[in-house]
Design a protein around this ligand. Structure first.
Ligand SMILES: [Zn+2]
Length: 404
């Protein structure tokens, strides 16, 4: 680990590591559940020390990690494959396309990265209960990592979360509280719980190490591309924390002098869950009125990291766009059939956005090096693709019954 401090992404004030836990004490006072987080903290490392000692031939990723290795949970997380997908790229006019398949994390989603680091932090602090609100994946991830350490997990989840995710949480041994309401209601309730009754809150972006955990996906992309920065990374966006985490990876690398430019970040939202897209394109924030998307992992009224996500898009000269549920489910099928990668609807949202981009005037050039981040495994929600495909009927077990 490299020494680090926290800096407020709104006012710039810096704090020693153990001086703060969640939001900037000054800016966070203005925060109340129901608005995007204010005073989100970022970890600022000793970049000079990293620059002096980082070795591409034998990279020590702990130099970018905010919790000492001694506290890391035993379950391996991350190091997911980056698959070159030429068959998919050919259809999009892209000669250099990859998919980072984060559905291959232990609980089946990128959220394992954030949970891994927050559980490590809880162990460092000697806290035995971690509390989270989630649309499903973050809760499954927390329950999974906690199972490897014996840490208690208390999870507030919208009652409509996909069954596979609920099964995961319960089976991993978490205490699961389905909430009659939305993700935003669960988020508020979890904040009230930790404020009144204790435990470490793992809510996304609220705990700064969730962003630090997710940044490891970006660090891996850089390493897997032979320590080259891709031209663009396409990310589905709900709360905006994965986008923020990927951005932080390349910001850290740039601050350490290991790269000289950022990849363009292309954020893709579902049409009905488009608060960040509208914020980026108009400069004015407003909640999503009715986030009914089938891509449950990115269905959110009020994205907690709206401000950070907007900064990440602008800082990287990126862009945002929205897609329909029909486009998402079609992309899920195309991705599966052309790459062998089965990602959940939220993961396929990134491809749906890239396909839309490539069909329009802002398309990426054919030689662009582009990475799609597939954030969760398709088996987490098998009901979603059934809206688009049909399972063939059974036949008699006789050759004559086959028309093939
Ligand atoms: Zn502040």
């Amino acid at each position: 680990m490299t020494p680090f401090s926290y800096r407020c992404t709104d006012c710039g004030k810096t704090y020693a590591r153990d001086e703060v836990r969640y939001l900037c004490p000054a800016c966070g006072q203005g925060y109340r559940p129901g608005i995007p987080l204010l005073g989100v903290l970022e970890a600022v490392f000793d970049y000079g020390a990293i620059a002096a000692s980082f070795d591409r031939a034998a990279p020590d990723w702990n130099q970018f990690c905010a919790v000492e290795q001694a506290f890391h949970p035993p379950i391996p997380v991350g190091s997911t494959p980056l698959a070159r997908v030429d068959r998919l790229g050919a259809g999009l006019g892209l000669a250099n396309l990859w998919v980072k398949n984060d559905g291959l994390n232990p609980s089946g989603s990128l959220k394992d990265r954030a949970s891994f680091l927050v559980v490590a932090e809880a162990r460092r602090l000697g806290i035995e209960l971690i509390v989270a609100a989630s649309t499903g994946n973050a809760a499954s991830a927390l329950a999974c990592v906690c199972a490897s350490t014996g840490t208690r997990a208390l999870i507030f989840v919208p009652e409509k979360a996909p069954k596979a995710k609920l099964v995961q949480m319960v089976l991993y041994g978490a205490t699961v509280v389905p909430v009659k309401g939305t993700y935003d209601d669960a988020f508020r309730l979890s904040l009230e719980y930790t404020a009144e009754r204790g435990g470490l809150n793992r809510n996304t972006a609220y705990h700064p190490l969730t962003i630090e955990g997710k940044k490891t996906a970006g660090l891996e992309i850089w390493a897997q591309l032979g320590y080259e920065v891709p031209d663009a990374i396409v990310v589905s966006v709900g709360d905006g924390v994965i986008l923020g985490g990927v951005h932080k990876a390349f910001v850290d690398l740039k601050r350490a002098g290991l790269i000289d430019r950022l990849p363009r970040l292309i954020g893709v939202q579902a049409e009905t869950s488009d608060a960040i897209h509208r914020y980026v394109t108009t400069g004015t924030y407003a909640d999503a009125a009715d986030p009914t998307t089938r891509a449950d992992s990115i269905s959110v009224t009020c994205p907690s990291n709206a401000h950070g996500a907007r900064r990440a898009i602008l800082d990287s000269a990126g862009l945002t766009l929205t897609v329909t549920d029909a486009e998402i489910l079609e992309a899920q099928g195309v991705l599966a059939a052309r790459t062998g990668i089965f990602t959940e609807p939220a993961g396929a949202t990134a491809l749906a956005g890239l396909a839309k981009l490539q069909a329009g005037p802002d398309r990426l050039t054919p030689e662009s090096r582009v990475v799609i981040l597939a954030t969760g495994h398709g088996l987490k929600d098998v009901e979603a693709p059934l809206a688009r495909i049909a399972i063939p009927p059974a036949v008699e077990p006789k050759l004559g019954a086959l028309t093939l």
